[in-house]
Design a protein around this ligand. Structure first.
Ligand code: SAH
Length: 241
């Protein structure tokens, strides 16, 4: 069934700007408590409402509110405000050169969303820490859009440790980023389907500095992300024949 209302949760304004322009979206000033930094932009596509929300700027540090903590609150309030029937977590990520991924390649989530840095080796809390929130089925979407799929893992560091790499191997993780598992927790509680589209800005299994790779590849990765998100929105808002 075609989606009637889609919500795209994003962290950085720079990641969202090409999508907001491509989908001809307008700012929605009433969406959030004015004390909060989150911002919303909405438009129409094939008769559906499509909204992008971003985490906004931290006024003390002048940078985007990246990471899992803003992502959870933003997702909950965005869902309350826009009542979507499907949610997409879109943004950039670290990828694995050793598994044949490319810089600027957009990966779709499959399987589950995990936290890779919530390590609590106490019975019960171990699996709780990892999250294991379900990802919506992307098999047909990924096939039609030509995307590779894998688990998406979130944590609160841009840097990657040897322990993280081992975790990604064990859990078949294709994308490392900082928000999706928190959006997945909220969607799981509210029984809403979620998948992620993440464009690779940097290789985490490469000796080059992640921050340098991120800066160098950011605009090209965001351009590819925009193209894929627009195609996914078209795909999701078209009722099957
Ligand atoms: N240097 C950037 C900071 C970006 S932090 C700046 O100037 O603002 C990384 C953001 O991109 C997060 O929102 C995260 O989801 C995503 N990301 C991209 N590559 C990542 C990686 N290797 N590890 C973790 N997050 C990554």
């Amino acid at each position: 069934m075609a989606a009637r209302s889609l919500l795209i949760c994003m962290a950085m304004q720079g990641e969202a700007d090409p999508i907001i322009r491509a989908l001809d979206m307008r700012s929605v000033p009433w969406a959030f408590d004015p004390h909060l930094p989150f911002r919303a932009f909405s438009g129409r596509r094939n008769g559906a409402n499509v909204t992008v929300t971003v985490s906004g700027i931290d006024p003390r540090h002048g940078v985007d509110n990246i990471g899992t903590q803003p992502a959870a609150l933003q997702a909950y309030l965005s869902i309350q405000a826009f009542k979507p029937d499907m949610v997409i977590s879109a943004g950039t990520c670290g990828g694995l050169e050793g598994r044949g991924f490319r810089i600027g390649e957009v990966v779709a989530s499959s399987g589950e969303f995990l936290y890779h840095d919530r390590i609590v080796p106490i019975p019960g809390f171990e699996a709780y820490g990892r999250g294991h929130y379900p990802a919506a089925d992307t098999e047909h979407l990924a096939r039609d859009l030509g995307l590779r799929t894998g688990a998406v893992a979130s944590g609160n560091a841009l840097e990657t440790s040897a322990r993280d790499l081992e975790f990604f191997d064990r859990h078949d993780v294709a994308a490392k980023e900082m928000e999706a598992a928190s959006v997945a927790w909220v969607c799981w509680m509210l029984d809403l389907p979620l998948y992620a589209l993440k464009s690779i800005t940097d290789f985490i299994d490469h000796p080059a500095s992640t921050a340098e790779q991120f800066d160098r590849n950011f605009s090209a990765a965001c351009a590819n992300l925009c193209e894929t998100v627009v195609r996914a929105v078209n795909w999701l808002t078209h009722a099957p024949a």
